[in-house]
Design a binder for this molecule. Structure first.
Ligand SMILES: Cc1cc2nc3c(=O)[nH]c(=O)nc-3n(C[C@H](O)[C@H](O)[C@H](O)COP(=O)(O)O)c2cc1C
Length: 135
């Protein structure tokens, strides 16, 4: 299987409003309590360039993928995070554009083949002390 992570292409007032409507529906939080934050987000996103909005949304997709990488590993499922693919081709072939989506990340998942010589290679990782700065 290949999981295709997408961002929504219309992150606008309607997108933000839909989120707050969901909060209201699920938690029954009054609209007057939600309104200040909702108004803030709507104007904050109106002032962002499309490039900035896409970068923000893509970062959210990385959060979701990060969780999945961990869950797959815990379940003994192999996975391989990929960016740098032909996003437009995926969008065309899978008909993503008409669903208001744009692919940003791929995650093939599955079980390693018995004859996969790479599967037994040692993992190349920095040591903990090279990766974490303790203050
Ligand atoms: C076709 C392909 C595309 C990949 N694209 C990316 C990428 O865009 N960014 C990235 O950080 N790693 C990319 N990788 C690397 C893998 O996600 C993974 O980090 C690598 O296989 C090493 O994993 P390991 O150290 O856990 O064994 C790619 C790997 C493959 C095979």
């Amino acid at each position: 299987h290949v999981l295709v992570f997408c961002i929504e292409t219309n992150i606008d007032e309607a997108f933000v409003t839909e989120y707050f409507n969901r909060v209201h529906a699920i938690r029954n939080t009054s609209k007057s309590i939600l309104k200040p934050f909702q108004d803030f987000l709507i104007s904050d996103f109106e002032n962002k360039t499309l490039l900035k909005i896409e970068a923000w949304a893509t970062n959210q997709a990385y959060l979701a993928m990060g969780n999945l990488l961990t869950v797959c590993a815990l379940e003994g499922i192999d996975s391989c995070p990929m960016e740098g693919f032909d996003s437009n081709a995926y969008d065309d072939i899978l008909g993503l554009k008409k669903q208001g989506l744009k692919s940003v990340l791929l995650l093939p998942i599955g079980y390693r083949a018995d004859d996969d010589m790479f599967a037994d290679f040692k993992k190349v990782r920095k040591s903990i002390t090279e990766s974490i700065i303790e203050l």
